[in-house]
Write a protein that binds this ligand. Sequence first.
Ligand code: COA
Ligand code: AMP
Length: 635
Amino acid sequence: MASRYHETYEAWRRDPEAFWAEAAAEIDWVKPWDKVFDPSLGGYGRWFAGAQCNTCYNCLDRHVERGRPGQPAIIYDSPITGAQASYTFEETLERVNAMAAILVDHGVARGDRVIIYMPMIPEAVMAMLACARIGAVHSVVFGGFAARELATRIDDATPKAIIAASCGIEPGRVIAYKPLLDAAVEMAVHKPDACFVLQRTQAPAELTRPQDRDLGALMDEALALGRKIECVPVEATDPLYILYTSGTTGQPKGVVRDNGGHMVALKWTMENHYGVEPGEVFWAASDVGWVVGHSYIVYAPLLHGATTVVFEGKPVGTPDAGTFWRVIAEHNVVALFTAPTAFRAIKKEDPEGKLIGDHDLASFRTLFLAGERADPDTLAWAEDKLGVPVVDHWWQTETGWPIVGNPVGLGMLPVKHGSPTVPMPGYDVQVLDDAGHPLPAGTLGNVVVKLPLPPGCLPTLWNAPERFHASYLEDFPGYYKTADAGIMDEDGYLFVMARTDDIINVAGHRLSTGAMEEVLASHKDVAECAVVGISDSLKGQAPCGFVVLKAGVNRPHSEIEKELVALVREKIGPVAAFKLAITVERLPKTRSGKILRATMRQIADGAEYRMPATIDDPAILEEIESALKDRGLAV
Ligand code: COA
Ligand code: AMP
């Protein structure tokens, strides 16, 4: 079929407001908008100003009321515990009502924040929807972060309540969440009124603090009473959630998502980008702690009336590299969305893709990859072994949905390996030089999006409008800075090459090298340090820390390096995957004192590098190379 992409993109370009107003007809509104777009509001304007709506109503109630009460909304598949469960839209609604009742009973109201600290269990999704139901603003914190990171988020979001589980489960170890939660609450200045804990049999928690509540027991009570809480109408422009993501410093950025525009954009993508019909099963193998989890485990599939899969496991090792194929076959998944790193892990364990043949993948139509650059080898392997289209698409926590993709629903465009394809309607993507001038096709530059951003993208940062402006809008007036560098080719295909800031991408997880440097610098023996992301065949990138010790420190370097690895794990969390600290005599710098991180990265990757003209002392690069060679790198 000929793609309708070009005509659709042109329709958006001709009249963006008419385009989004038409898309908004797919959503149930309590009150229609006064203006589709009001340029006078917020940092760059606001979508659907004056409208009122409820996201939970659109995800659940309307499907129960209109023909889908008995269809599964959530399929829970947990190879790590052996558990499986399925909840229809009606059952999900009952549980969300119960959770909403518990929140209301504890004084949580519209506009209050609630932190959710849970692993991949259905209650995590229900907790998010319960907040949405009562107009509370959730902030989900990924389980792989340490207590200090959780504390930072508690102090920034100042939640009235925290909803947690007693533990998460990683291959080979159970992670008790309650001690982490208690430590975080202890560390934080702000104290939540209530901590609801869902007891899991693998590691029940002691609920001894005055604010502790047993979530399971309260749920049972509320369910037995058939408690129902009406959806609270909120402004389309009110925040639905805050999701913290790495910035260039240790203080994460609280990306704000609104209610109205978010629903409109996500609903549009399900049909037009992902090519999924209501009633079908869509699976995003990510985590609710990341944006992919928010958008494509929870909100988009449910808004669309599709079934979502909550998968508690890993692509390999739970129990093997065939898990993904089993889940697809068992639950009739039509589309899978994951990060390329998951496929690199599978390819490593099962290079021939033999385990694929053990399962009937007749339902499976499309594989979507995002979160990091999809390397052409992995892409080609997936295409070859699965025999379905593999769609790379590019987006960010900030945008909440694809900026650039290949619209399966509108009809796919030819694939060019290495490119996530073309801008989606809503995004006028351009490539500019550092001074803000447009660059010709084929030239590497700063990827920016002409303002306004479309519905669903962040309107601001929580409690930090100035930081929002400084981070995204200041460098290229009139544009949103993506902080990615890329190339647009003659056909309008974008190739996303690298970040232009200190963010690295480890196993599809976005991490700040600046935050890791702050931790290393806090060690008593460290004089200065630099963290760079070096190539890793499985995780894409891995952090590598170079440290210069203070004069007079004469303990064995290996001992200090071990302490540094442990310190990053303790302060940021295991998700940082920081395993390599290397002691060096000096760091290479420019004459003005800037550390040459990019050059160090190139040396570590064994890539060609040019001696920076401004380098202070070229001999230091040889020292770095030799330190790396001692660790088997830089070859
Ligand atoms: N809670 C606690 N710890 C967690 C965690 C969680 N939710 N998630 C990860 N961790 C831990 C891991 O156990 C690991 O600990 P270790 O250092 O003791 O081994 C560490 O954090 C690093 O995790 P990760 O980078 O994920 O590496 P891994 O070796 O455990 O797994 C992959 C590698 C590729 C299998 C894994 O990253 C994966 O499944 N990726 C899928 C893609 C994805 O989820 N992307 C998110 C955005 S789409
Ligand atoms: P996150 O906010 O965690 O989704 O990370 C966003 C960043 O991940 C982007 O700015 C890119 O650097 C990178 N990224 C995400 N998807 C892709 C992709 N398909 N290709 C290249 N880089 C990507």
